[in-house]
Design a protein around this ligand. Sequence first.
Ligand SMILES: [Zn+2]
Length: 334
Amino acid sequence: MTKTETRPSSITATVDFEADGVHHGFLQLPYSRDDSAWGSVMVPLAVVKNGEGPTALLTGGNHGDEYEGPVALFDLAQKLTAEEVSGRVIIIPAMNYPAFCAGTRTSPIDKGNMNRSFPGRPDGTVTEKLADYFQRTLLPLADVVLDIHSGGKTLDFLPFAAAHTLEDKDQEAKCFAGVAAFAAPWSLRMVEIDAAGMYDTAAEEMGKVFVTTELGGGGSARAETIEIAKRGVRNLLCHSGILTGEIEQAPTRWLDMPSGECFVFAEDPGLVEVCRDLGDLVKAGEVIARVHPIGKTGAAPVEYRAKIDGIIAGRHFPGLVKSGDFLAVVGVAE
Ligand SMILES: [Zn+2]
């Protein structure tokens, strides 16, 4: 073990994770800076505990420009009573709180992308210190971990809950049972472009039941997707035995991402002409977007085609793209 791994975290929780009842507080992270020499970053959290039972760790705002998670979780934290709970619910509505306050994907303090910062460092940047606290303190407390994402300012998705293919098939089955319980309109077997440093990977490697989502995007939230988030959170807590009551069933369609062929990336910068919308069926070879050069008129657009048959499950959101930008992802109905 290196010195870094044994160093204690500088973060303290202002609430007792073992105390019964509803407790609102903070993760307090000392952050010395020009406008506050002995200041701290204060990440809001709520702990609702009632006796013995499983622990659910619920997060939103892993990326600061995604809003269904923070809306559903600030709402839950305000409403949930200890009497309703068997076990414990730890609610952190905005995991990368500096990013959330700035309305940006990454932290304005250190440019840290929370979901590329795991396992974190106790002696690292603000984002790395938060990741380390999740890695060594919060994740070990949890049985079930839900991390609510949306597309943020640059992506838009069909609203889906998702889990990953895992080596441990028993764990994988529990994760997909959690996805089914969440009951989003779409349920996905997800492939990551790069899983290194992700919170997902950290939780899964610890053997946790891990469910993630992409509930929309564009840097805002809709009434429909907020309802999906609220219902999904309660359903997952019922499914885990933490809340009593019936799971509120809703129709879901399962999608698979069988390979990297799902993804379409832009190789040319320019103006996107979207040719297929979210939820549209596409065939391999079909043009899903054209990218028009914007330096002058008279140049032909570059066509981008689906590589497999399927359904458009996600897309680039802004009107302009750069080379290397994600354009679309095609899911395959199971
Ligand atoms: Zn995200």
